[in-house]
Ligand binder design. Structure first.
Ligand code: EPZ
Length: 414
């Protein structure tokens, strides 16, 4: 599938973001722990969510979707092996491990898939589960997990891995133990998962930033939860608005979840006003800056590529340090084809000099967020841009083309 874009159309109006992909995926996994129905509102209609629901159904759940509401029935099955093909389709499938271990004391994970953004080891998952009394062995292209002893006391994650934190939380929320997890990730989607689990009867408390205390409970009850807005989708539209906003309002999310990107935008001279659950942005003349991606609350790696495009239109030299993943700068080669002045220094470092006009070309989406960035590049380029391999964008953005067309962009799906 491809998107065909005629560039340089001003964007005016409002885009309401959908529910957070990286919260929804984990809540679907958590639902297998819940006795009775799990009802999720504001569930994005995107490929990764549909695949996550298919995995849940293959291991004993029954999910029904009505618009943005998903209902998942209690999972009574004794299946603990994840299906290979679907698990290979998305990295998020890894978060079924914690719930499966909690229910069955064992789990089998085919090597997880995901974007082409670099090596996706699961060392942090194996390490923290090991500290919680779970043995992991690899045979061929599968990982075998088995509970060996009860978890207890204080344990520390090797690194603030988002999905490793979520696997540990979901492994611990049911049972007869109390555990303090240290060095946990702090992404807002984790706190939304905690809120959903606590609504179901769990006793999970974030104590002082990176520490999470969990008192196991006998069971989790039916829950009805509304997923927070997707801050990464919002950040993607904020870049579009800074490039073409006339003005552009982005709603349906908590601007506090983008505090660092918004701080940076203001430092660069971007016009951005905060409203209740929304921001309003305008096309702005901006100064260069340095972007260093970090775990939350630092600058999010998922917005590194959209901001890299923004920097091609800013005055001056902008260093980029992608510290989280080791292959998330490939999109710069595509922008260079369009006329951007970029220099790749290493797998983690690059430099962008602006402003440079971009000319429409036939370009490719290398990963989900880079694909969205290619669409944004087409929106500002002179002439026609064809974004190939665009189906990868549907993994994480609901109706990107329809949302952009509704605020004035010329974009068609082929
Ligand atoms: C989550 O991935 C998100 N995915 C990613 O979003 C996001 O970029 C990332 O967190 C960082 O914020 C989901 O939530 C489904 P990590 P995750 O474990 O948990 C290394 C998107 O576009 N690492 O925090 O896999 C890893 O290689 C996606 O929505 C290990 O070395 O990220 C990376 O360099 C892309 N061993 C770094 O840590 C491990 O066991 C951060 O990974 C796990 C991770």
């Amino acid at each position: 599938m491809k998107f065909i874009i005629e560039g340089q159309k001003p964007l005016r109006g409002e885009i309401k973001v959908n529910g957070a992909k990286n919260a929804a995926l984990k809540m679907i996994a958590a639902s297998i722990l819940i006795e009775g129905k799990t009802i999720l509102h504001n569930t994005p209609q995107i490929v990764d969510v549909e695949n996550m629901l298919k995995i849940a159904d293959k291991i004993g759940s029954e999910s029904v979707r009505r618009g943005d509401v998903v209902e998942i029935s209690q999972n009574k099955s004794d299946i603990f092996k994840l299906p290979e093909a679907l698990t290979g389709a998305l990295r998020g499938a890894i978060v079924f491990i914690g719930p499966l271990l909690s229910k069955h004391g064992k789990a089998v994970l085919p090597v997880p898939g995901g974007c082409a953004i670099g090596r996706r080891p699961i060392t942090d998952h194996i390490d923290i589960l090991g500290k919680l009394g779970v043995r992991a062995t690899k045979e061929g292209d599968k990982y075998y997990f088995e509970k060996i002893r009860e978890p207890h006391g204080t344990v520390q994650l090797l690194a603030p891995s988002v999905t490793a934190t979520e696997n540990a939380i979901m492994y611990l929320c049911v049972g007869q133990h109390e555990v303090l997890l240290r060095n946990c990730a702090q992404e807002p989607e984790i706190d939304d998962l905690i809120a959903m689990l606590n609504d179901a009867g769990a006793k999970i408390r974030r104590v002082g930033g990176k520490n999470i205390n969990i008192i196991g409970v006998p069971k989790l009850n039916p829950v009805d939860h509304t997923i927070i807005g997707d801050r990464v989708e919002a950040g993607t539209w904020i870049v579009a608005g800074l490039l073409l906003g006339n003005p552009l309002k982005i709603s349906g999310f908590n601007p506090e979840h983008l505090a660092e990107p918004i701080r940076l935008i203001r430092k660069m001279g971007g016009i951005i006003d905060l409203e209740q659950n929304a921001v309003r942005v305008k096309k702005s003349t901006m100064r260069s800056t340095q972007i260093t991606t970090q775990a939350y609350p630092g600058f999010p790696t998922d917005l590194q590529s959209p901001f890299g495009l923004l920097l091609t239109q800013c005055n001056g030299r902008s260093p980029i340090n992608e510290t989280i993943f080791n292959d998330r700068l490939k999109y710069l080669d595509e922008l260079k084809l369009m006329g951007a002045r970029t220099k790749n220094i290493s797998v983690h470092k690059a430099e962008i000099t602006g402003p440079t006009p971009l000319v429409g070309k036939h370009i490719h989406s290398t990963d989900l967020r880079a694909g969205a960035t290619m669409v944004l590049a087409g929106l500002i380029a002179e002439g026609k841009t064809i974004v190939d391999n665009a189906q990868i964008i549907d993994r994480g953005y609901q109706e990107m083309d329809n949302k952009l067309s509704a605020v004035g962009a010329s974009i068609v799906r082929k």
